[in-house]
Write a protein that binds this ligand. Sequence first.
Ligand code: NAP
Ligand code: MG
Length: 501
Amino acid sequence: MDQKVRDYIDKYGVTEETRRFLEKTPKMYIGGEWLFASSGKTISVEEPSTGAELTHIPAATVEDVDRAVAAARQAFAEGEWSDMKAAQRERILRRIADLLEQNTQTIAEIESIDAGKAITGCIAVDVAGSIDLLHYMAGWPTKIEGATRPASLEGENFAYTLKEPVGVVGAIVPWNWPLNMAIWKIAAPLAAGCTLVVKPAQLTSLSLLFFAELCEQAGLPPGVLNIVTGSGRLVGEHLARHPGVSKISFTGSTEVGRQVGKSAMDHVAHVTLELGGKSPMIAFEDADVQRIVDATQASIFFNAGQVCSAGSRLYVQESIYEEVVRAVSERANAMKHSPGLDPESEIGPVISRSQFDSICDYIEIGKQEGAEVVCGGEALDRDGYFIRPTLLGRTTNAMRVVQEEIFGPVLVVQAFKDEAEAVKLANDNEYGLAASVFTRDISRAHRVAKAMEAGTVWINTHDMVDTILPFGGYKNSGIGKDLGPEQLEHFLETKSVWLLM
Ligand code: NAP
Ligand code: MG
């Protein structure tokens, strides 16, 4: 660990458990064993508020992936998890949730240090959301059931369906919500009785490795959850292509998701893809302006804008354009920038040098395209990867900054005349992850919600998430759903059984 990172951690202080975890060299978790990469190679990991080295994670090889898939297949075949009494599976899942809750501060600190995330949001959203989801999915194993169906046949017969776990799940996770996105991938398949091989993003593997320690303590049998760390192009690609994997569950960019989907099709695996977004917010002239300001805080400026469903395009009715732009930019300018461990941090650094460069490039592109920089528009002059919350005004849908996912704290805003124009502008995009509409007119709210080409639509808010409601994209934002009973279905095969008496 670089001295700069040590000084940073000492300045704010962390739990003894966090120190213990960060001081040891991380290992992967395969077949219930803690292992280095078979090649002995590692990948250096940075702390984003200093840009200095935090630790090294194992750089898994394809042989390590093979080993993890073999462990998951063996665990599945032996049935210690898939055939375990459903009530017992529920108990273990709840125990994992309880251990996570008991370790909230530690895992939030690990996440904050590894990903640069503001600790307060990390506790309230990332960790709390993960605990809720584990509890929600823990409720399902005793309730997974098939159906009896009256077949129209000559003669006495009996037909029914069985719901069975699909088998080994390969899960690939992004870096923006490292623990939370991993739990989105893990909780449902565990509830269904599947076993897993999970590949976290190489930028942020630590919280998931800590979580695996908790699973071990909770009594999850060896081989049920396996974690391989390393590069997407090598480890992720090999996992997606692996014939031993029955289902691929991917969250990340649309570009990589397309590749992963194609690889999975080589061996006709089930696929869920949760991909990118460029989600519109439509503000009508009767809207509560404070609600719009709050929504920008909760999405495009939360987690430094590294939010897949962030409201990143704001369309405002002409008569309130100036008022909304002023209110949003005043609040954005007042946000406290500081490293994630500062409990008062409202906006931490973005994840990496390359993400920082890409966001800064987009801001420049926006300027060249003729957008007006209303606030922000630049990086902070300090160590680490801090970017000011940025509002680009008077944009048009022809601009790249309006069409492409920037994945940083950059909001583009433009005016519209009427409802028809607003709906047309909002839907004019390759993505369809989410959308929101701000109005006090209840009929218009529902009419626009129905017209949105998006997997989730919020009315008078943005970026609310709950375990009970499915989340997933239309158009190039993905295939399939995470969360809710809809997600559980993705990890179950349906078998039809016939009996002619
Ligand atoms: P990414 O570059 O697509 O990476 C996602 C994961 O895929 C990482 O673990 C990455 O590994 C791995 N990967 C990279 N290349 C691969 C390949 N050829 N084969 C298999 N795996 C590969 O996305 P990201 O930059 O981490 O995350 C940001 C994106 O995720 C944004 O587009 C965002 O909108 C999207 N996202 C979507 C949702 C949703 O629910 N829809 C949620 C969160 C994020 P390494 O990076 O370790 O090499
Ligand atoms: Mg990191």
